[in-house]
Design a protein around this ligand. Structure first.
Ligand code: MEV
Length: 331
């Protein structure tokens, strides 16, 4: 029997945290940027439910099943879902957020091809999918950055020099949490700089690193000072971003790395990749939870930094600074 030909496709980018990881857990702002790499989802009607060529098992894919059942309440024809990712997984690049956004956008386009995509709606939908998959604990940083694109600031309150986009909240096992999601408008010239991320090849255990910082901060008051310094560095980084001053942006990244190192979330491999990148970079730091995962360098010589990362044993990925958010695609 011939396959029915109704299909839809969407792409959503991954993210990289420039400033504020860990401090954001304590209510300070974090700045993330959308990257060129991401997740593409294609869906088409099928005779049975299929994911990546295999029978779809909803319990093994909580992001996708939450969007099908709870968000769209879809009970139509079975779907064949194809997922293609250019992100390293479990590396702190927001691959699950990108998957949720791309799948939500593809299903929206499949069901309502004439209705425009609303990125804020998608960001909230993807955040609820992350929360469902992560036992009720998820900040909106990854999902909002993947949906909106560009530079996104997530904070417990208003942040000077940013444009407010939406507020969101979540009831977590520790109580209700509220976030303000904002974007930074940057001058054109910032596009001359590149980001090179270096994957250590080791997973980044977010829950374990967040717990480690919480313990350290409660037993050593100097470490609370490091969190406050990260908040000040984040604000300096935001000023540099808004002014398009990439040298100052790089210096703020270096300073942020030193504070993250004080918080004991770096690792020997991350240190090796940061050190290897620095001679060819404007700034370099670990990005995300640490303990493994990725570092990121800001540079105007991405080829040289990629080579240095490879020689030091990492896997490089180069991106423009500030990619577009989620979108419907034609193929
Ligand atoms: C992880 O990518 C970023 C952290 O700040 C955790 C979080 O914000 O939930 C370490």
């Amino acid at each position: 029997m011939a396959q029915p030909e109704v299909m839809a496709s969407a792409f959503a980018p991954g993210k990289c945290i420039l400033f504020g990881e860990h401090a954001v857990v304590f209510g300070h702002p974090a700045v993330a940027v959308a990257i060129d790499q991401g997740v593409r989802v294609r869906i088409r009607e099928s005779l049975s439910w299929v994911l990546e060529g295999l029978p779809f098992e909803p319990s093994r894919h909580p992001h996708i099943s939450h969007i099908i059942d709870n968000v769209f309440e879809y009970d139509g024809h079975p779907l064949n879902i194809d997922v293609e990712s250019t992100l390293f997984s479990a590396a702190g690049m927001g691959s699950s957020a990108a998957l949720s956004n791309a799948f939500g956008a593809a299903l929206h386009s499949f069901l309502s091809p004439d209705e425009p995509l609303i990125p804020i709606k998608l960001a909230k939908m993807a955040h609820s999918a992350e929360a469902t998959a992560q036992k009720g604990r998820a900040s909106p940083t990854d999902t909002a950055t993947s949906a909106l694109g560009g530079f996104v600031v997530v904070s417990g309150g208003k942040v000077e020099g940013t444009r407010h986009v939406f507020d969101t909240s979540l009831v977590t096992p520790e109580g209700k949490r509220d976030w303000s999601v904002n974007v930074v408008d940057v001058p054109e010239g910032i596009g001359d700089a590149w980001l090179v991320m270096g994957f250590t090849g080791e997973g980044s255990p977010t829950g374990r690193m967040v717990a480690k910082v919480a313990k350290l901060v409660s037993s050593d008051s100097d470490r609370m000072g490091d969190l406050e310094s990260i908040a000040n560095i984040t604000n300096a980084g935001l000023t540099a971003l808004s002014a398009g001053n990439i040298e100052a942006l790089g210096m703020a990244m270096d300073a942020c790395h030193e504070r993250l190192r004080n918080l004991e979330v770096s690792s020997p491999k991350l240190e090796r990749l940061v050190e290897a990148s620095r001679p060819h970079s404007l700034g370099a730091k670990l990005t995300g939870a640490g303990g493994g995962g990725c570092m990121v360098a800001l540079t105007d010589n991405p080829d040289r930094v990629s080579e240095a990362i490879e020689v030091a044993g990492g896997k490089p990925l180069t991106s423009r600074l500030g990619a577009r958010g989620v979108r419907i695609t034609a193929d």
